[in-house]
Design a protein around this ligand. Structure first.
Ligand code: C2E
Ligand code: MG
Ligand code: MG
Length: 283
C-alpha cells in the first residue's frame, strides 16, 4: 500500500468539494475508417501550487486513503453530463452512438450498491444503452469476493458497455474472454510496442485478436504511437485504437471538436505523413 502523503489527502478531498478535478478525453479511433468512435475519460487534478497533476501523481495515494469511490463518482457524474453535451453533435456516418469510457477502480466496483447507483445515473441522464462504458482491470476483478461474471452481467443489464483495461498485463487474461459479458478488451501498451517490429509480437497480438473475435469481443489497442504500429495493428485485424499517433488526451471542448471532425487519421489505407501529424496535435 502506498504511504499516505499527508498534504495530498486533505487537498484532494478539498479539490473534490471545490470541483478542482478535471477530465481530459482521449479519442478512440476505428482503425480501418479513421472515424472517432468515442473517448476515454482520464482524470487530472488542477493543484493550486503544483499545476496540473496526472493520475500517477495522486491515484495511488487516493486509493490508500479510501478516496477512490468518491473520486470515481465525481468522474462518473461528470461523464454522464459530458455525454449529454455530445447530443447536438452531428450524427456518425453509420448512425452509431459515440461511447465514453470511464476507468473504474476495484474499490469502487466492489462498493455495495455500485450497480444500483450506476443504474440510477443511466436512467436520470437517459443514456442510451452502451453509450457509457466502464473499463476495469482483471486485477480489480480478481480482488473481489462477488463473482466477476455476475457483477459485470448486472452492469451490462443496466445499459453499460464493459471492457477489460490493460488486457494481457494480468496472468489470467485469455480465460476471461469467454466468461465475461465484454464488449471490448483494451490491449495493453506493452503488446502494442512489439507489433510491426518483431514476429513474436505480431503473433501474440494476432492470437489475442483471433480469440477475442471468436467470442464476439472487440479489440482496442492502447498507446499506439507510431505509424508502423497503427498500420500493422490494422493489418492484424485490430478494431480500434487510442494513442499519441491519433491524439493525446484533450480538454473537453477540443475533444468535442474531434468527435465532430476526426483527428486527421484517415484509416489504415491512408496513414498520414509526419508533417500532417504536427498539425493534428494543434487541432
Ligand atoms: P489507462 O486507463 O490504461 O489509460 C491509458 C494511459 O495511457 C493514460 O495515462 C493515457 O494518457 C496514456 N496514453 C495514451 N496514449 C498514449 C500513448 O500513445 N503512449 C503512452 N506512453 N501513453 C499513452 P494517464 O492519463 O496518466 O492515466 C493512467 C492510468 O490512471 C489509467 O490507465 C487508469 O488506469 C488510471 N486512471 C485515469 N483516470 C482515471 C479515473 O478517472 N479513475 C480511475 N479509477 N483510474 C483512472
Ligand atoms: Mg483505461
Ligand atoms: Mg490501459
Amino acid at each position: 500500500m502506498p504511504s499516505l502523503d499527508l498534504d495530498i489527502v486533505p487537498a484532494l478531498s478539498r479539490a473534490l468539494d471545490e470541483d478542482a478535478l478535471v477530465l481530459h478525453f482521449q479519442p478512440e479511433v476505428d482503425l480501418a475508417s479513421g472515424a472517432v468512435v468515442g473517448m476515454e475519460a482520464l482524470l487530472r487534478w488542477q493543484h493550486p501550487q503544483r499545476g496540473l497533476l496526472w493520475p500517477a501523481d495522486f491515484l495511488a495515494v487516493a486509493d490508500g486513503a479510501g478516496l477512490m469511490p468518491a473520486l470515481g463518482w465525481w468522474v462518473l457524474e461528470h461523464c454522464a453530463a459530458e455525454l449529454e453535451s455530445w447530443r447536438p453533435l452531428p450524427p456518425t456516418v453509420d448512425g452509431a452512438h459515440r461511447q465514453l469510457w470511464v476507468n473504474i477502480s476495484g474499490s469502487q466496483l466492489l462498493e455495495p450498491g455500485f450497480v444500483d447507483r450506476v443504474a440510477e445515473l443511466v436512467h436520470e441522464c437517459a443514456l442510451p444503452p452502451g453509450v457509457l462504458g466502464i473499463e476495469v482491470t482483471e486485477e480489480a476483478l480478481a480482488s473481489g469476493s462477488r463473482s466477476a461474471p455476475a457483477l459485470l452481467e448486472a452492469l451490462r443489464d443496466v445499459g453499460v458497455a464493459l471492457a477489460i483495461d490493460d488486457f494481457g498485463s494480468w496472468y489470467s487474461s485469455l480465460g476471461t474472454l469467454g466468461e465475461l459479458p465484454l464488449e471490448a478488451v483494451k490491449l495493453d501498451q506493452s503488446f502494442v510496442r512489439g507489433v510491426g517490429s518483431d514476429l513474436e509480437g505480431d503473433s501474440i497480438v494476432s492470437s489475442v485478436i483471433e480469440l477475442a473475435h471468436a467470442h464476439g469481443v472487440r479489440v482496442v489497442a492502447e498507446g499506439v504511437e507510431s505509424w508502423s504500429e497503427g498500420a500493422r495493428l490494422c493489418e492484424l485485424g485490430c478494431d480500434r485504437a487510442l494513442g499519441y499517433l491519433f491524439s493525446g488526451p484533450q480538454r473537453a471542448e477540443q475533444a468535442r471538436l474531434m468527435l465532430a471532425h476526426g483527428t486527421g487519421w484517415q484509416g489504415a489505407g491512408r496513414v498520414p505523413q509526419p508533417r500532417d501529424r504536427r498539425t493534428l496535435h494543434r487541432l
